[in-house]
Ligand binder design. Structure first.
Ligand code: HEC
Length: 454
């Protein structure tokens, strides 16, 4: 328990040996005695344990007094700096579902607890994750195994392309898809597109995997043999599934969204990212798929701005060595829409990004602001409620890149001029090339959407 200290000094005067004077003596001026099992445990359970538990995605657990105590100093540092919990979007600009952030008071509590000597308190227990919302604990209708990835001790970050084919009896609507990592501490990012084929591929057409080698992305991709039998390109559903530690699949209200799988389909793992490894290990992750009973009443679609998208970047995305550059891309909406999700994408030199809509009336609607871009934490954010954007509005995205040597994420030392690889259609996923992309999920507007929470 804690009390505001306005009454603290008063209590000290009244009762000489009162423990509520404790925090004053230790120099944390705003909080009274902070006790682990009263105060800190609750914060951990809500904001940290969902990832920092066994199989939770983070490299160590924070599920007991001892575990948290051991990391106390770093925990104060990363929470004060806002590095943990990882949530790059500014909550003062726009809120999203599953937002994991510490309030100022929670940050103070954690710091005061450490400053006061890590008091334990009573009521010892194993901390349990308080998940914001159990999404879909039901059994999936289809499970696909991903290719096995062998990681060696001492490996640094590794990136792969994957082909994961699947067969269904007939064209099928999907309502949700989720990546289930095998070794959660290693799989850091999976971005998957669905390819729908006109014909069933003849065997053998099984799982395929290519490590992304510097400079050979297109060749690696071609190796995966993804075209239709007649050499044409299959239908592609962009970013049908995404994964980052701590992230669950999105499930919209009944009748909204979802997509079709044709009898022969495949998932393409686009830049599957495995983090550094301290031991030899093998990962076999899975894709869980839930079918819908019928075609959704309301279809969803995407606007894609910037690289590969329907709006040009100005000035063009070329970031000279040693410089900070600002870019902008804007797209006009042709019909009334309700926005559902937003997914900004840059690579290592990105430093901040902001997107907003400007209505024909001149009013501005905040979409997302990421004041400190972090390549490692790229979410597809879901708005808390449908965001109506009227026809004729402009969606504007502004981004800043930092190509100075002082940027610790700069992949080159000394810095080199970096830009979109336009000779390849700008499609490169290599983190040493840059991109500016904003992908917005929407559905045509219907009366009453404003009142629908997601
Ligand atoms: C969304 C999942 C997630 C949540 C929520 C989360 N963490 Fe983490 N945390 C990670 C991952 C993954 C790492 C490993 C480093 C990385 O990948 O950036 C990490 C690393 C850390 C580190 C080590 C940082 C370093 O520099 O060595 C600390 C300390 C930490 N987390 C504390 C916390 C605390 C405290 C909370 C809650 C306030 C929290 N984390 C919430 C996923 C999470």
């Amino acid at each position: 328990m804690f009390h505001r200290t306005l009454i603290g000094p008063l209590l000290c005067l009244l009762t000489l040996a009162n423990s509520s004077c404790h925090s004053e003596e230790k120099g944390t001026d705003s909080l009274e005695e902070v006790v682990f099992y009263d105060d800190v445990a609750k914060i951990m359970e809500q904001k940290c344990v969902p990832c920092h538990q066994v199989d939770g995605g983070a490299p160590f657990v924070l599920t007991s007094y001892e575990a948290v105590s051991r990391k106390a100093k770093t925990i104060v540092e990363v929470t004060q700096k806002g590095i943990m919990p990882p949530w790059p979007a500014d909550p003062n600009y726009q809120h999203f579902i599953g937002e994991r952030l510490l309030t100022e008071r929670e940050k103070q509590l954690i710091k005061a607890w450490v400053d006061q000597g890590k008091l334990k308190g009573t009521g010892e227990r194993v901390l349990q994750a308080k998940n914001p919302k159990g999404l879909k604990k039901s059994k999936p209708d289809l499970i696909l195994d991903m290719p096995v990835v062998s990681l060696r001790a001492g490996d640094q970050d590794r990136f792969f392309l994957m082909r994961i084919p699947g067969l269904v009896e007939k064209d099928t609507w999907v309502k949700a898809m989720e990546i289930r990592p095998g070794v959660r501490e290693r799989l850091h990012h999976f971005n998957g597109h669905v390819l729908n084929y006109k014909q069933v591929k003849s065997l053998p057409w099984s799982n395929g995997i290519q490590e992304i080698t510097q400079g050979e992305y297109e060749a690696d991709f071609a190796q995966l043999d993804l075209l239709e039998t007649d050499g044409s390109r299959p239908e592609r559903i962009h970013s049908a599934v995404n994964y980052l530690p701590g992230m669950e699949g999105t499930l919209f209200p009944d009748g909204i969204g979802g997509f079709r799988l044709s009898r022969q389909f495949a998932l393409i793992g686009n830049d599957v990212h495995y983090g550094p490894s301290d031991q030899d290990t093998q990962d076999r992750s899975q894709i869980w798929i839930w079918f819908a009973d019928k075609e959704p009443r309301r279809k969803t679609a995407e606007f894609m701005l910037g690289t590969n998208g329907s709006s040009a970047i100005e000035p063009p995305l070329l970031i000279p060595a040693g410089q900070i550059t600002h870019h902008r891309t804007a797209f006009q909406i042709k019909a009334d829409v309700s926005l559902l999700t937003i997914n900004p994408h840059m690579h290592l030199l990105g430093s901040s990004l902001k997107a907003y809509a400007v209505k024909p009336s001149g009013d501005t609607v905040n979409l997302i602001s990421i004041p400190r871009w972090d390549f490692r934490w790229q979410y597809t954010y879901t708005f808390t409620h449908m965001l109506r954007i009227p026809r004729g509005s402009w969606i504007v995205c502004e981004a800043t890149y930092d190509n100075r040597a002082s940027n610790p994420n700069n992949p080159y030392s000394p810095p080199r001029t970096v830009g979109e690889r336009l000779e390849y259609g700008g499609a490169s996923m290599r983190a040493t090339d840059e991109m500016l992309q904003l992908i917005i999920g929407y559905t045509p507007y219907q009366k009453g959407d404003e009142a629908l929470t997601l």
